[in-house]
Write a protein of this length. Structure first.
Length: 102
C-alpha cells in the first residue's frame, strides 16, 4: 500500500473517530453553547434585559437548511481552493520537468 493511501485512510479514521467519540460519550441531548449561556446569564442576573433582538428568527427547519447551505458553501470553497492549489503544483512540476519527461 502506498504511503499516500495509508495517510488518507488514517485521516478518514481520525475524522470518523473525532465525530463518533463525542456522540458515544456525551449521552443525552447536545444543546450547544447558546442555550447554556442564556441559562447562565438568567441565573446570574435575573433582571437582565437584552438590548438588541434578532432581525429574523427562522423556524427550526429553515435554520437547519441555512446551516446546511452554509456548510455546503464552505465545503465548496475549500474543495475549489485545494483543487486550484493542487493543479498549480502539478502544472509547476510539469513545467520544471526536463523535456520528454512531463
Amino acid at each position: 500500500m502506498k504511503r499516500a493511501t495509508l495517510v488518507n485512510w488514517l485521516l478518514v479514521l481520525a475524522v470518523v473517530t473525532i465525530a463518533a467519540v463525542p456522540l458515544v460519550f456525551i449521552g443525552g441531548e447536545f444543546g450547544g453553547a447558546d442555550g447554556i449561556a442564556a441559562e447562565r446569564i438568567a441565573a446570574d442576573h435575573p433582571d437582565y434585559r437584552p438590548w438588541a433582538s434578532a432581525l429574523f428568527e427562522p423556524s427550526a427547519e429553515v435554520a437547519s437548511g441555512l446551516f446546511a447551505l452554509q456548510a455546503a458553501l464552505g465545503a465548496g470553497f475549500l474543495g475549489y481552493y485545494f483543487g486550484v492549489v493542487r493543479t498549480k503544483r502539478r502544472l509547476r512540476r510539469e513545467s520544471d520537468a526536463p523535456d520528454g519527461e512531463g
